[in-house]
Design a protein around this ligand. Structure first.
Ligand SMILES: NC(=O)N[C@@H](CC(=O)O)C(=O)O
Length: 394
């Protein structure tokens, strides 16, 4: 049963300092800085970690209609050129055949005229065969394989139970085909504290895996800790990279408990301490090409978040670009935003950069309190809050 919690205390992000804007340093991306508000022109971004779901929810998040102007911007397909689409459906997308069919259903759900390109992934299991990797590469529509340690997160029950015992031949085949392994980097051992699961995963899985398979391309998804930053920096450039979500750049773990339990701020990996948030912000805004945009936007129907055992996942698609811009602005690094949103990802995947542009206007806009669809509603990150940096196509 849903609770009646009204989320009075979502205003829990890190304070905003307009004085930190360094105008001189971002002359390459500033399209206009008229009194009405600054405007950035960016090469169209891609989202390198997105949950689009299926059925009614897919239609809701891919093509929600009936709105005009900026309101339609919350649909991922209108903001991003491409997205790496996560395969954790029920049942999961474990074969190329299923990925091709899923891609068709996504294309059908898109708004008319959309040129959004869903880049598909396979869900790695103990039984994935090297042959499947060959098929995936030949398909031209599957771009990566996702590792969910079994039990780590939403719909991960069919994930990998023993990567070294069961998956090495498949990973060797992936290395041969230059097919990246996308990693949900948390151990699932219940005796490991939930706030330490990423760190322990790096020590016990990622470091030994890279020693064994130094040519395997890896993306550590949604990094949350200073240990992850250290690990990424220690790897050779171009072979290991990381996606970073808006929530892990903007919020720390206090926001899970501020004024009461805040289910809409609950995701996995769980938000961490402030020192970890700061480490990730520094890494991302430094201009390093090892980090790129991956929202991990993960919609769940409201009642599945506001209940006695709420799902992990933050729905951030409508607010992601505004939040990333805010983080870079606060760091005085707006000149580095475009590489993070639009260059580093395609460069790592060996894909062309987008050629079209979008704009981000520094004007206030209010995040809707929810996005209703036929049989439910989705509550976005920062529901009802006012944000800046409004995206538009022109
Ligand atoms: N991030 C989340 O908290 N949830 C994701 C799964 C995942 O990426 O962990 C989901 O599919 O809901």
């Amino acid at each position: 049963m849903p609770t009646s919690c009204s989320f009075p205390c979502q205003r829990s992000w890190i304070s905003y300092h307009p004085s930190s804007i360094n105008l001189r340093s971002h002359r390459f991306v500033v399209a206009s800085s008229a009194a009405a508000g600054m405007e950035l022109s960016l090469t169209r971004p891609d989202d390198w970690h997105l949950h689009l779901r299926e059925g009614e929810l897919l239609h809701a998040v891919a093509s929600h209609s009936g709105d005009f102007g900026w309101r339609r911007w919350w649909c991922s397909a209108r903001q991003f050129g491409r997205a790496i689409v996560m395969p954790n459906l029920k049942p999961p997308i474990t074969t190329t055949e299923a990925a091709v069919a899923y891609r068709q259903s996504i294309l059908k759900a898109l708004p008319e005229g959309s040129v959004f390109d869903p880049l598909m992934t396979l869900y790695l299991t103990d039984n994935t065969s090297p042959e499947e990797i060959k098929l995936a590469r030949q398909s031209g529509v599957v771009f990566a394989v996702k590792l969910y340690p079994a039990g780590a997160t939403t719909n991960s029950q069919d994930g990998v139970t023993d990567i070294f015992g069961k998956c090495i031949p498949v990973l060797e085949e992936m290395a041969k085909h230059n097919m990246p392994l996308l990693v949900h980097g948390e151990v699932t051992d219940p005796s490991v504290d939930i706030f330490d699961r990423e760190k322990v995963f790096i020590e016990t899985i990622l470091e030994p895996l890279l020693k064994k398979l130094p040519h395997l391309k890896i993306v550590m998804e949604h990094i949350t800790t200073m240990e992850a930053v250290k690990f990424i920096e220690s790897c050779s450039e171009g072979s290991v990279a990381a996606t970073v979500t808006p929530q892990h750049l903007i919020l720390n773990r206090n926001s899970l408990f501020q004024g009461g339990l805040q289910p809409h701020n609950y995701c996995l990996p769980v938000l961490k301490r402030e020192i970890h948030r700061e480490a990730i912000v520094s890494a991302v805004t430094s201009g390093s090409n090892r980090y790129f945009l991956g929202t991990d936007s993960a919609p769940h129907e409201r009642r599945r978040k506001e209940c006695t055992c709420g799902c992990a996942g933050i729905y951030n698609a409508p607010v992601a670009l505004s939040l990333y811009a805010k983080v870079f602005e606060q760091a005085g690094s707006l000149d580095k935003l475009e590489a993070f949103t639009s260059f580093n990802g395609p460069d790592f995947y060996g894909l062309p950069r987008n050629t079209s542009k979008i704009k981000l206007r520094k004007s206030s806009w209010k995040v809707p309190v929810s996005y209703p669809y036929e049989h439910g509603e989705i509550v976005p990150m920062f529901a009802g809050e006012t944000l800046e940096w409004l995206p538009s196509n022109n």
